[in-house]
Design a protein around this ligand. Structure first.
Ligand SMILES: Cc1ncc(COP(=O)(O)O)c(C=O)c1O
Length: 560
């Protein structure tokens, strides 16, 4: 009986192959290569022909009757072009049985149907940097339904800090699933909630941060912090930073000042929000060489002016600031600036909220503590955490002093899924892994490695002139490119404009990196790429990622 396995190939293979060899590896066929006839679906032809059209093409591999009833693992496909150039495509390890052939074929066509469903039924309000269905994540790599494999330097936007599907974290979550999944924080305490607090207490930036509330997302935590500040001070106004990103719910959106896309045509937003320029040279249209002290002075001066002209201290509930400006361009917040904010807050009884949703949990660590704010010695009144906390399981936290939170009325905080047991169990294990696997040591080593490669590139004669700035902390690193006249968002800065430089460098470099097998993101309204590799990334993968990046920059520069 003939068995069939259907596979889809994508655009980048089109026109390249004339025959297909399927290689199985496993107990019986170890190392043996089997060649099977292939044909284009529906044509009846025994060889596939170069394909010229169509984004995806479904091929049917026809298996011969001598096939063993249980085939070993399908591991590779070799696509051979008429010019005998072969492309080896690793496919997802999958055990295929002769009986299961039709199952696998069904799976492929099911994926195809799912893609179409996604294209039609997922809101267009979501943007996406890749096509296809991500089916698996393992350490620093992710895999797609069609066998594509990527080095992941996005970590799901700074979330999977311990790599994808970290065995111990996933195991802790799975075990918790067999205990209790949802015990609802307003009904009862649960063990993982308490274990998590137990593990967080000793790693807080300051021992005064001893009162915890867990929620699901960063945005919700931001909302809670603003609500708490207003309640505790009896004041309404909130001061945030130009370039800040705090989320997409209404309060969080109101204090987000990184791009207009997040809130355009959706107003009115939460009232009572004011912003000051963040100490980033672009915000003052000054060169990257501007001393930090000058930038900090300028920003703090603007804060004084704001408090004198627009929002009186007695009307100001809180100041919210990220420890590293994320969406605003991966600009570390200078310790002197945080210290200046602390002084202003202390003077006027304003609550200082430090948002470490992205920078926390070792992401922007100097190798010593888990939080970027620690370098400044500043004590936050409220610390917001999320992302790396659960390594992919949804959980966020609002941490403050008991002295403040004791004033809150029971029932004023809460939420159906707040502090979910499975997420708490995963997060508690994350902290244990940080300790056991010495993650911060790796952050320090890999940060140094990546910074020195990027800085060498910035100093090089050929590509250096296109790199305006390399900055960041730990493994939260930004590279800003020059622009020919205006940024992608139409800003015409005095700095970083180089006649003849390629247009839209950041997005073009990111696109090329993806084509070359590495997921990477842009950030900010300036031409900036952000590196967010897993914190346990290997030396070899950092080298590989940098190599892909360098090649991409070189190609964009060459193409002009
Ligand atoms: C600094 C910062 N705060 C808040 C948020 C919002 O978090 P979430 O997307 O989980 O709502 C983000 C998300 O990227 C962030 O980077």
């Amino acid at each position: 009986m003939m068995k069939r396995l259907e596979m889809k190939f994508y655009k980048h293979f089109q026109g390249l192959y004339a025959s297909i060899r399927v290689i199985f590896q496993g107990e019986k066929d170890e190392g043996r290569e089997r060649e099977y006839m292939s044909r284009k679906r529906g044509t009846g032809s025994t060889t596939s022909r170069p394909h010229k059209s169509a984004l995806s093409r479904l091929l049917t591999l026809t298996y011969l009757p001598d096939m063993p009833p249980r085939l070993p693992t399908l591991s590779r496909l070799v696509l051979r072009s008429p010019s005998a150039t072969s492309i080896t495509r690793n496919v997802l390890p999958r055990r295929v049985t002769a009986a299961g052939m039709s199952t696998s074929a069904e799976r492929q066509s099911d994926f195809q149907a799912l893609r179409q469903l996604g294209a039609k039924h997922i809101t267009k309000g979501l943007g996406r940097i890749t096509e296809g269905i991500m089916v698996k994540g393992e350490g620093s790599y992710v895999y797609y339904d069609d066998g594509r494999k990527y080095l992941d330097f996005t970590c799901g936007i700074g979330v999977t800090n311990l790599g994808h599907a970290h065995e111990r974290v996933s195991r802790a979550a799975a075990d918790q699933c067999m205990g209790i999944v949802h015990s609802q924080c307003s009904i009862a305490m649960h063990e993982p909630y308490l274990r998590l607090i137990q593990r967080l207490l000793p790693v807080m930036p300051d021992p005064s941060l001893d009162s915890f509330f867990f929620w699901n997302s960063g945005s919700e935590a931001v909302e809670a912090s603003i609500k708490m500040s207003r309640y505790l001070t009896g004041r309404q106004n909130v001061i945030c930073m130009q370039g800040a990103y705090h989320g997409r719910t209404y309060g969080a959106m109101a204090v987000t000042k990184s791009k207009t896309i997040y809130s355009e045509f959706t107003g009115p937003l939460m009232p009572g929000v004011y912003s000051i320029p963040f100490p980033y040279w672009h915000h003052f249209n000054l060169p990257p060489t501007t001393p930090t002290s000058t930038l900090v002075e300028q920003s703090l001066y603007q804060l004084d002016l704001l408090l004198a002209q627009q929002t009186a201290p007695k009307d100001t509930a809180c100041i919210i600031v990220e420890s590293v400006l994320g969406e605003g361009g991966y600009v570390p917040t200078p310790p002197e600036f945080l210290q200046g904010l602390r002084q202003v807050c202390d003077k006027h009884g304003i609550i200082l909220i430090i948002d470490e949703v992205q920078s926390g949990f070792g992401r922007a660590s100097d190798g010593k503590g888990l939080f970027a704010v620690e370098e400044s010695g500043v004590k936050p009144d409220i610390l917001i955490i999320a992302k790396g906390l659960g390594n992919g399981f949804p959980i966020s936290g609002v941490i403050s002093r008991s002295e403040l939170t004791d004033k809150l009325k029971p029932g004023s905080m809460g939420g159906t899924y707040a502090g979910n047991a499975v997420s708490c169990a995963a997060a508690a294990e994350v902290l244990q892994v940080f300790h056991d696997e010495k993650i911060l040591d790796n952050v320090a080593a890999r940060s140094q490695q990546l910074f020195s490669s990027l800085r060498a590139l910035q100093s090089s004669n050929d590509l250096g002139p296109y790199i305006l700035d390399v900055r960041g902390k730990g493994l939260m690193i930004g590279v800003e490119f020059v622009t020919p006249k205006s940024t992608t968002d139409g800003i015409v800065p005095d700095v970083g404009v180089v006649a003849g430089a390629p247009e839209k460098m950041a997005s073009r470099v990111a696109k090329k990196c993806i084509e070359k097998g590495m997921l990477i993101l842009t950030t900010s309204v300036y031409e900036t790429i952000r590196f967010i590799p897993p914190l346990n990334v290997s030396e070899e993968d950092v080298k590989k990622g940098f190599g892909i990046f360098e090649e991409a920059v070189r190609e964009v520069v060459r193409e002009g």
